[in-house]
Design a protein around this ligand. Structure first.
Ligand code: C5P
Length: 244
């Protein structure tokens, strides 16, 4: 069975992140880097973590189209690497759907220009945002906003969506959205604290509801034994019995 866990290497030193990646390589789909992109720089960060599996770069780009385009370039390669025929890029790169269609399209166009294999994933409504807060920020309920963002991401040419496991069944009712890879954070195995996350579900339920990939951070990285935590979640995923 294909691996489905993306381990979020958040809030730790480069050394600690490498130690965890070394421990979990082969057991997971890959690793998500966020604040490490800032401390290490995107190029060095990508070069380091691709040794341990696939890499999801999660800078959540959100700006005017020209700036999104400029910032995304750092993820698709530099001239020195290209001269050597190397393409070092993330397998997935995140951008914010609320940046709008032109901003998302600017990043998709950069990716195409670089002939990169990177899937562009649009983040819809963060899983830490509650129903009430979504109304305040975006002026509508979570489901309708996630649907709106998903449709604009599709128009912009994105390949994947980041949403909570609670919106999966709803989104998959729309045939046009079925071809987008669904990536879901907000995953908490039974009995693990939700912390700052609001719209959560278990790994088993998320897979059953149609998630392709599960982003899991603290439930693994702060476990006493991260390898054991991954193996338990992998068993739970296998129980759902949905092959990818
Ligand atoms: O530790 P935890 O499992 O809550 O980590 C979830 C990760 O997923 C964090 O790195 C967070 O930035 C990211 N994320 C999220 N909600 C989104 C998109 C990304 O929690 N909608």
């Amino acid at each position: 069975m294909g691996k489905r866990i993306i381990v979020a290497l958040d809030g730790m030193s480069e050394e600690k992140a490498i130690e965890i990646a070394e421990m979990l390589k082969g057991e997971v789909w890959g690793f998500k880097v966020n604040d490490l992109l800032d401390t290490m720089g995107p190029r060095q960060c990508l070069r380091t973590f691709r040794r341990y599996g696939n890499v999801m770069a999660d800078p959540k780009l959100c700006d005017i189209p020209n700036t999104m385009s400029n910032r995304s370039r750092a993820y698709f390669g530099d001239s020195e690497e290209r001269a050597q025929g190397l393409v070092i890029a993330p397998d997935i790169l995140t951008i914010m759907a609320c940046a709008g269609i032109d901003g998302m399209r600017a990043v998709v166009e950069q990716r195409n220009e670089f002939f990169s294999y990177t899937e562009i994933a649009a983040v819809t409504v963060l899983t830490s945002i509650s129903e009430e807060e979504c109304n305040l920020i975006f002026g509508g309920p979570v489901k309708s906003k996630v649907l709106e963002f998903a449709r604009t991401a599709l128009i912009a040419g994105c390949d994947a969506l980041v949403c909570s496991p609670q919106e999966l069944v709803f989104l998959n009712q729309f045939p046009e959205l079925q071809r987008l890879t669904k990536i879901t954070p907000g995953i908490r195995p039974e009995g693990v604290s939700a912390q700052d996350q609001k719209r959560i579900n278990t790994p088993y339920q998320a897979i059953l509801n149609g998630a392709d990939l599960l982003v899991i951070g603290r439930a693994i990285t702060q476990a006493k034994n991260p390898l054991e935590a991954v193996q338990t979640i992998n068993e739970e995923i296998a129980e759902a019995g949905i092959e990818k």
